[in-house]
Design a protein around this ligand. Sequence first.
Ligand code: NSS
Length: 433
Amino acid sequence: MTTESCGVEEQRVASLASLIGGKARIRGWLYVKNTVGKLVFLRIRDSTGVVQVVVKKDRVGEQVFDQVKKLRRESSLMVEGLVRRDARAPGGFELQAEAVRVMSPSLEDPPLRRNMSPEAVWRYRHLFIRSRTMNTVLKLRSSLSTMLRQWLLDHGYYEVSAPSIVTAATEGGAKMFEVKYFDNKAFLTQSSQFYLEGAIFSLEKVFCFQPSFRAEESKTRRHLSEYWHLEVEACHMDFNQLLQFEEDMLTDVVRRFYEKHREDVERFNPSFKPFEKPFKRITYTQAVELLTNSGVEIEWGRDLGVREEKIIATRIGQPVFVTHYPKETRAFYHMPDPGDPRVVLAADLLVWPYGEITGGGQRIDDYNVLTNRILESGYNPEDYAWYLDLRKYGSVPHSGFGLGFERLLAHILRLPSIKYAVPYPRTQTIVYP
Ligand code: NSS
């Protein structure tokens, strides 16, 4: 077995194309193997791509050749050789092995194959993320989250961290995971909004990007029980400024993302079009009219479900803000509309097929109004004492929103489910690996 030799530089697979005629060393995993007479063709992948490696007995020696012939997929290898043009190889070149070092052979055939059943995909998720498709999705995920963060930082926002273990609901108690917290009971957070609201009194404009937890019993393509939530909060921002801000952030970031990754995005979603400004805005009341005119029976005051969201989003055909929801359909912290107190200054941004990708609004900033809304909603103001304090000491008008990060990524790439937009999904039925 040959180990590293001097003078040959280690390369990433993606940079081999520019080294034709030269020597290179790569490290990666065996993706596909084909034996043709006295030649073994290996496809080796690393994080950057896949390259064909041709192994000949007379070049690597009998012992290494025999070992390579027996290798199972996913074995880890180091290969050194000459980068040669070859029209038959994918990409037009291959690596002609001069030395092969098996770093760790796979002990069994890996349970990865084409057309795996959905059960197998989730059962072997830790291996499935090695696939070329998931390699690309995970790179795009990393890029999109970086771009969103960078956009907010460039606009004067500070990233803050919020706790995952909390004592009270923000979005309704029924959907919370309970945790035993020493001798007490606590919950996994549904949203970091309240903690961001606390932070604006120090930093004015803040965001966080971290998991939120929802114990929803929904087995749909758009629900995870743990999802990554980008939440933004700013003081002195009113409802209209909030909608403008969401629109600016999303159109800018999605356009830049698309420009940077056009080829990949189009491979996943050939008909993708970047978002365009201005987003259409309709009030909840107008949405009810639109639905009624489309033959859907919906009583004013009832929240919109998947079916209703689908009709609205597909009719409008581009991202649409639905605003001014009846207050009973929204969490207690939303500011009542001064012109019509039956509705609140809340907005959901809908796209199809992922439905709501953001939810947000202007917050109640008055101590008494908030206390009354907490009571009216059946909660105990004592459980929200610290949150009420924020209205006791120098309250200011403020707004914010939360973006379901996997929903946005799945929408852009038109993934069949948001489960594919996260490396290790958590749903009602998936909690392993
Ligand atoms: O419940 S939200 O509509 N709103 C909030 O949590 C606010 N407290 C956010 C804020 O103003 N800071 O959730 C926000 C978004 C929603 O629009 C979805 O895109 C996403 O979070 N979301 C989810 N994504 C994946 N899976 C589940 N279960 C889920 N629930 C909400």
